[in-house]
Design a protein around this ligand. Structure first.
Ligand SMILES: [Zn+2]
Length: 256
């Protein structure tokens, strides 16, 4: 071997002690004169050492190793020596083992890579979920705080209807009053209707009770004529009524 080795694999073969005696001799004589190839051989030594560390022999499945060795030996025997192509020439048992070890390392790396990919996918799913929750919360906040959002109170259809009163009043023709949905009262209490005039104190328009459905009425009570009404009110008073209102206002309605 006068020039540099023709194939880069020769460095690995030499590092593995797999060169044939003749080649080995030529290689070594060239090495003494070539700094480049000496450096390359150091690299090859390093590679082989790493390979040994990465995949110790006991980690290679014995069945696979034997099958591979059998194939390598079989092919080497069937092929005439002169016709062995360069790339097959380096397939010595030792290098075949190294290749197998590299293959195993590659498979392990691939597995590791897949696990990392799965973790990344999980993290992306988490981030997307958090993003969606944040967007929902923002939407709820926007809805609640908008000035033109309408607010509606809904009640059960079976709930008791709101108490209500309707007064029909004319200063000369008199007063009609109907109440509905008022709670029933104990016998010592009564509802009392008041005409609240534009000036002066409230004028009693009489007392009334309600029936089982909460309905009550006062028809054409005795009232002074020509009184301008400002409002009407119903208060809760002692049985029989009082000259001036004392109890809680149950219903109130202004004349509009
Ligand atoms: Zn060289």
């Amino acid at each position: 071997m006068n020039g540099h080795p023709q194939f880069d694999e020769d460095f690995d073969l030499y590092a593995l002690g797999a060169l044939e005696a003749e080649e080995k001799q030529a290689f070594e004589s060239h090495l003494r004169a070539c700094a480049d190839c000496t450096a390359k051989l150091e690299e090859a030594n390093g590679r082989m050492a790493l390979l040994a560390l990465a995949a110790p022999p006991e980690s290679v499945p014995s069945g696979a190793k034997e099958r591979l060795l059998r194939r390598v030996h079989g092919e080497a025997q069937k092929t005439p020596k002169v016709a062995v192509p360069a790339f097959l020439r380096w397939l010595t048992p030792a290098l075949a083992l190294a290749a197998l070890a590299l293959f195993i390392v590659a498979v392990e790396l691939k597995t590791e890579n897949r696990v990392l990919l799965e973790k990344q996918t999980e993290l992306q799913a988490d981030a997307s979920r958090l993003q969606q929750e944040a967007e929902r919360e923002q939407s709820v906040l926007d809805l609640i705080t908008a000035s033109d959002t309408v607010k509606v109170t809904l009640v059960s259809g079976t709930a008791r209807p709101m108490p209500e009163g309707r007064a029909f009043y004319h200063p000369r023709k008199g007063l009609l009053f109907y109440a509905s949905n008022l709670p029933a009262l104990p016998s010592d209490r009564t509802y009392q209707l008041w005409l609240v005039p534009a000036q002066g104190n409230p004028i009693s328009a009489g007392v009334f009770q309600v029936d089982a459905l909460g309905n009550g009425q006062i028809l054409l009570p005795k009232l002074p004529l020509d009184v301008t009404a400002k409002a009407f009110a119903v208060t809760l008073e002692p049985a029989g009524g009082v000259p001036q209102p004392t109890g809680a206002k149950v219903l109130v309605g202004a004349v509009t």
